[in-house]
Design a protein around this ligand. Structure first.
Ligand code: B1M
Length: 231
């Protein structure tokens, strides 16, 4: 056995979380899954395991990707490891959920294949009691509109991670306006390069900085919508 072999179960919580950041960086899916299971067995709230271990680890990956230290293949491995951890947490986050709050259709916009953040939002929304139809990645305006027609959700959620794809959100919203259906839905947008000003400029209802904010914003808007007198 190599001298430096690390036994995850022998690490303290703080050490384990730091090790998870390293393992995520190295794309070690099985280790991430084992560590997530350990945190849960030690009584960690699923949300804390998600944010402090997985999301924080992915932030480090993101910084080194930006700085040219990591490249696409490594980041894909990290993303795969993160998804392994998220798959364990998903049912737990959902199990802690509340009664039905409303329905959301969510998808990443055309030209964009980033889906980790969107998946996280979907999971957290389900955990909070929303029904979620996930359209996946690379969604054209036609796909969004067809899903709205089919699902009749309260909320349309759009995600974009690239400065080159975020303007597509406006294409979707403008098309909704043209068809006279914009006001039938709450439109929430999110993704790392967005901000409130952008959200206002494209005519969305709100920008959601992260998944927790998305849940709070969705709850507030749905409550407001249902209190609105029929006109
Ligand atoms: Co890409 N990528 N990537 N990438 N990637 C970024 C986004 C980038 C910032 C990296 C960097 O340079 N620092 C950069 C964008 C730069 C820019 O546009 N200004 C970038 C680039 C350039 C690219 C490529 C062009 C690289 C290339 O090919 N040369 C390429 C584009 C492919 C495409 O989409 N057409 C590319 C590819 C990839 C991978 C495939 C390797 C992989 C994606 C794997 C996957 O998603 N399945 C990948 C990854 C993993 C990243 C980083 C490292 C991490 C993204 C992530 O998952 N973060 C990212 C760097 C970064 O963001 N720091 C980067 C974790 C996630 C939990 O956070 O997605 O922000 P986030 O989601 C948050 C919030 O934003 C919010 O809530 C989430 C949870 O809290 N949120 C919403 C997100 N969507 C929401 C929707 C809502 C509400 C809230 O609706 C209501």
């Amino acid at each position: 056995m190599a001298d430096d072999e690390i036994i995850l179960s022998e690490l303290s919580d703080d050490e384990l979380v730091l090790q998870m950041h390293d393992d995520l960086y190295d794309g070690l899916k099985e280790e991430i899954e084992e560590a997530v299971n350990l945190l849960i067995a030690r009584g960690w709230a699923p949300y804390d395991a998600l944010t402090k271990a997985l999301v924080a680890g992915m932030t480090i990956v993101g910084a080194d990707f930006r700085d040219g230290i990591l490249f696409v293949p490594e980041v894909l491995l990290a993303a795969n490891a993160m998804k392994g951890g998220m798959a364990i947490l998903k049912p737990l986050l959902i199990a802690t959920g509340a009664p039905r709050m409303g329905k959301m259709v969510i998808g990443t916009v055309k030209g964009d294949i980033h889906d980790i953040g969107k998946n996280l939002v979907g999971m957290m929304m389900e955990g909070a009691g929303f029904e979620v139809r996930d359209l996946g990645i690379n969604n054209s305006v036609e796909k969004y509109l067809a899903a709205l027609e089919e699902e009749k959700p309260d909320i349309l959620g759009m995600s974009a991670l690239l400065t080159t794809t975020m303007p597509y959100m406006k294409v979707v919203i403008d098309t909704m306006k043209e068809k006279g259906m914009r006001d039938d839905y709450i439109v929430l947008v999110g993704g790392a390069p967005l901000n409130e000003e952008f959200s206002r400029a494209i005519g969305a209802d709100a920008y959601c900085r992260d998944a927790a904010v998305a849940v709070e914003t969705a709850k507030a808007y749905v409550a407001r919508k249902h209190n609105r007198p029929n006109v």
